[in-house]
Design a binder for this molecule. Structure first.
Ligand SMILES: [Mn+2]
Length: 357
């Protein structure tokens, strides 16, 4: 885990910064291992301190990675931070410009009287988080496996007459029973005409014959998110839905076969988009192909028409083309993958064969 701090320190050095103050939750967890809701992590070039209040002292001592000292705040966080800055001669202080609010920034620059200058590090830590280490890849693979088990279970549970909310409740119950902390985002269960809404979270809509049913869900397991989508068909579907299913599946599988390390997010998106456009449904694929996943459900890199991100070893991301036709329904298929040693590994193992229930 110390290699995470080492990578950050390298970047801080390049920017001539003495220390960074990290307060965003995913970045704090990534760099320190601490899961509490409030803290300031001060990362200097050779020492690092996690400042917490009384509620979290015991937990922080148990959780922090080697090389991080836990400090309980005295009187206030800023007073404690100021003392550390003075004691360790830390003058040029970096902050997370992409996650701090304007008020938090103003408060910080006003109250940290021992800081001489404040440097906006933007999304520096988020950028580091794009490349997953072996421990993260292992956790993510377990999270995805748990999602596959939820899918196996729910396929047997689904039948016409159920409400979408009954399905999402069952999915969330099973994921927790299997050891997940909970869903990684609000579970999407969208049937019939609602399946044409890309983010149709479960409603009281009742499943009926002929419906397409989009299940887009994920779990949080050992702090890491999973994300997958499968589309089921309830009873014999409209021939157009079957056709759409075939196009989406072909687009998704072609991307998986064509992805090579160092391809851009734009190029990957284009492979799927060209197939769907050629089939006459270009306008019906109105979202991007995929996104990074890790401690957060949506992270960089992005796979989209505007993306300049280069897909590299250690990056975990989704491949999720879809086609949505108002009044008829929608189909989306989503897997989570990673590049390891230049090779693409697909974490998701659930079948993509058309399932007609
Ligand atoms: Mn997704």
């Amino acid at each position: 885990m110390n290699s995470r701090l080492a990578r950050l320190r390298e970047k801080l050095n390049e920017r001539h910064v003495d220390a960074a103050i990290i307060a965003g939750r995913p970045n704090t967890l990534y760099l320190s291992g601490f899961t509490g809701s409030t803290s300031f992590l001060l990362v200097g070039l050779d020492r690092a301190w996690l400042i917490v209040d009384f509620r979290y002292t015991i937990q922080a001592r148990e959780q922090v990675f080697e090389g991080i000292e836990v400090v309980e705040q005295q009187e206030s966080f800023f007073k404690t931070l100021n003392a550390l800055l003075l004691e360790n001669k830390l003058k040029h202080i970096g902050f997370e410009g992409n996650s701090l609010t304007v008020s938090e920034y103003e408060q910080m620059t006003k109250k940290l009287t021992h800081g001489k200058s404040f440097v906006n590090l933007g999304s520096m830590v988020d950028q580091l988080r794009q490349i997953k280490d072996a421990d993260e890849i292992e956790r993510i693979s377990q999270a995805v496996l748990l999602g596959d088990k939820v899918f196996d279970h729910i396929v047997k549970f689904i039948k016409p007459g159920l409400k979408e909310t009954e399905i999402s409740a069952e999915m969330e119950y099973i994921m927790r029973k299997l050891g997940a902390k909970g869903p990684s985002f609000e579970t999407i269960v969208a049937a019939g005409h609602r399946s044409a809404m890309c983010h149709g979270t479960a409603s009281d809509n009742i499943l009926k014959q002929g419906d397409a049913l989009v299940l887009d869900f994920g779990v949080i397991y050992r702090n890491y998110c999973s994300d997958m989508t499968r589309t089921l068909l309830i009873g014999e579907p409209d021939p157009e839905l079957k056709k759409i299913y075939g196009i989406v599946r072909k687009a998704q599988e072609t991307v998986l076969e064509s992805l090579v390390e160092r391809m851009s997010g734009y190029e990957a998106d284009k492979i799927a988009r060209d197939i769907i456009t050629k089939a006459g449904y270009g306008d019906a694929f109105g979202h991007s192909l995929g996104h990074g996943v890790g401690l957060e459900i949506h992270e960089d890199p992005r796979l989209s028409t505007k993306s300049e991100d280069i897909l590299q070893n250690g990056m975990v991301f989704t491949v999720e083309p879809g086609i949505y036709v108002e009044g008829l329904g929608g189909v989306r298929i989503e897997d989570m993958v990673v590049f390891v040693d230049g090779k693409l590994r697909n974490f998701t193992t659930s079948t993509k064969d058309m399932i007609i229930l």
